[in-house]
Design a binder for this molecule. Structure first.
Ligand SMILES: Nc1ncnc2c1ncn2[C@@H]1O[C@H](COP(=O)(O)OP(=O)(O)OP(=O)(O)O)[C@@H](O)[C@H]1O
Length: 568
């Protein structure tokens, strides 16, 4: 019962119906084409009987007319099959693209911490393999099932007209086949979940190996890495072979049954000819019809694994869709123009319940201030920026932006528009430097781009590049030095029309003079920007208005004359 409820999980069918929204017309056309092609099979059997029977009776003219009809049906079948292929590919791509776009949209709208629990390889498996399984099930298999049922019914009724005994035999064969297929399907479903999980593990590993190519090579870790790939391949292969063996055994059992059925029908037909109860034409038609009854039954059994893969993948995609979306609160756009303070009050946050990271963080920053945030590694500086960006939500305390009207606005995904962020590490996309800069502001003018790269001290090296800002850079800014990539990332953030700039060790690869110059430029930029810069460098402190040190989950304001700095 539980199994049945699982296979008939209404959530899945509601979700699948949603996937086909506004595409039912196209799917119906495909089903109709499939049905016509199926019916033409029965028509072909009837016409072939007439061709042979009239030929045996030497009535060549009539036999010729039926032969032409026979040829026309064949041509029609060919034409409709081509049309069907075209329509199917078009609809399959449309559904797959919609599924992938909606997955990406969901990924962007899901809470960052929830989506972050998925490995990027697993997310890619959801995007590619799971989407493809769902699309295949919907576009190829559903019309196929309708067509097979129609083909079975048409062949059955034609056979009933020609030979009641055999039709009855086929009638019994149908439900028996469906029951066997159902049993096979319920077993397959469990295996399919394991296969998709193994597929995800495998893709995640490949993804990491490719991404960390440099580490693998420089640590001479190729052998170890290949062994890991091989072990993951074996894990995946184990499940694939298990499913294949099961399918092959099921195919073999059903195949033997069907072939035995065909053989018996053949003998029965021959016997009917010998007793004069059937003509040669009828014998030919009869054999075709037996094939057309068995074909759909075998076909239905084969579509079961595809349907199971569709349901399994749909379940995986639904689990992802049920992740907590980000809470969006409407804020008044006027606040953005009239920012008067950024305030954190007794903020506490921990990723895991027994491991507090921030325990009591309070901070007030006025517009235009440049604030340095320091602290030993792992204290929670990046976590603090993530809280400001509302990627994480404080477990207690409050973070707000205060407008000129003194009305505080609590942080949410909506207030992210107040911030511009330069994260740690290389976060450039492949494409031109200009493409990367325009991520900060797609509508930025040439003058604005020029001003941003000048502020980020990137003008001098960009001017020396063969195509300036139109120079193409590779993945993660390959082709640029780390310090150059950092300056482009800063310029990208400066282009974003947001009043608060968050720099997470964004100048760590720059020499001291350039770092100092970049921060000084930011400080002098117009309109003035509020800036929080995480840094480990003493040299930049004299550019900053305030220095805050994070220690033991608490934020302390520091003076450069304090004992902390004397020790450095
Ligand atoms: N996604 C996460 N899940 C669980 N723990 C995390 C996560 N991200 C960070 N942490 C933990 O939170 C603590 C603070 O990390 P965070 O990156 O904020 O430190 P940090 O001060 O910026 O360090 P660094 O100076 O090295 O960049 C660390 O102990 C880290 O292990």
């Amino acid at each position: 019962m539980n199994k049945l409820r699982h296979l008939f999980n209404t959530d899945i069918y509601r979700w699948l119906t949603q996937c086909m929204k506004r595409k039912w017309g196209a799917l119906s056309a495909i089903i109709l084409l499939n049905v016509i092609i199926s019916l033409s099979g029965a028509a072909l059997a009837i016409v072939s009987k007439q061709v042979i029977d009239h030929a045996v009776q030497s009535s060549m003219r009539l036999s010729g007319v039926y032969a032409i009809a026979f040829a026309l049906i064949l041509i029609l079948q060919l034409g409709l099959s081509s049309l069907l292929t075209l329509r199917t590919v078009k609809l399959r791509e449309a559904v797959n693209n919609d599924l992938q776009r909606s997955f990406m949209d969901r990924l962007y709208r899901t809470e960052w911490s929830a989506a972050g629990k998925y490995h990027s390889g697993d997310l890619l498996t959801h995007l590619t393999s799971d989407s493809a399984n769902v699309t295949d099930g919907l576009i190829n298999t559903l019309p196929n099932i309708v067509a097979l049922i129609v083909q079975f019914a048409a062949a059955f009724f034609t056979l009933l007209y020609f030979d009641k005994t055999l039709a009855l035999f086929a009638f019994v064969l149908g439900p028996v086949s469906v029951l066997i297929s159902w049993y096979i399907g319920s077993k397959l479903k469990k295996m399919q979940h394991q296969i998709q999980a193994a597929e995800s593990r495998y893709r995640s590993l490949l993804h990491e190996c490719v991404q960390n190519l440099l580490i693998v090579k420089t640590f001479e870790n190729e052998k170890n890495s290949l062994e890991k790939v091989q072990s993951s391949q074996q894990d995946r292969l184990f499940w694939i072979l298990k499913r294949t063996r099961f399918n092959a055994a099921a195919d073999l059992t059903m195949g033997i049954g069907y072939r035995l059925g065909f053989f018996l029908a053949f003998i029965w037909g021959a016997f009917r000819i010998s007793t004069g109860a059937a003509s040669f034409g009828m014998f030919t038609a009869f054999l075709q019809l037996v094939g057309q009854i068995q074909g759909p039954l075998e076909g239905l059994a084969r579509t079961f694994p595809i349907l199971i893969a569709m349901v399994t993948s749909a379940e995986r995609l639904i689990v992802f869709q049920k992740l907590q979306p980000e809470a969006k609160k409407e804020t008044s756009p006027a606040v953005k123009e009239s920012l008067s303070e950024l305030r954190m009050e007794h903020v506490a946050y921990s990723y895991e319940s027994n491991k507090p990271i921030l325990t009591d963080v309070s901070l007030r920053i006025q517009p235009g201030e440049l604030v340095a945030l320091i602290g030993t590694s792992g204290e929670g500086k990046t976590t603090l920026l993530r809280l400001l960006l509302a990627l994480l939500e404080p477990q207690s305390g409050n973070i707000s932006i205060i407008g000129k009207d003194r009305e505080p606005v609590s942080l949410s995904a909506d207030t992210r528009s107040y911030f511009s962020y330069v994260p740690q590490g290389n976060t450039l996309f492949s494409g031109t430097i200009a493409d990367n800069l325009r991520i900060g502001n797609p509508a930025a003018t040439e003058e604005e781009i020029h001003a941003a790269i000048e502020t980020a001290c990137a003008l001098s090296f960009i001017e020396k590049l063969p195509y300036g800002i139109h120079t193409v850079i590779g993945e993660h800014g390959s082709g640029l030095s780390e310090g150059q990539a950092q300056r482009i990332a800063i310029a990208r953030a400066l282009l974003r029309p947001a009043p608060i700039l968050l720099l997470d060790e964004a100048t760590s690869a720059l020499d001291m003079d350039t770092e100092w110059a970049v921060l000084q430029n930011i400080r002098n930029s117009q309109p003035p920007r509020t800036c929080i810069a995480i840094t480990h460098r003493l040299s930049v402190f004299d550019v900053c208005d305030h220095i805050y040190r994070l220690s033991g989950g608490v934020l302390y304001q520091e003076e450069t004359a304090s004992p902390y700095f004397q020790k450095l």
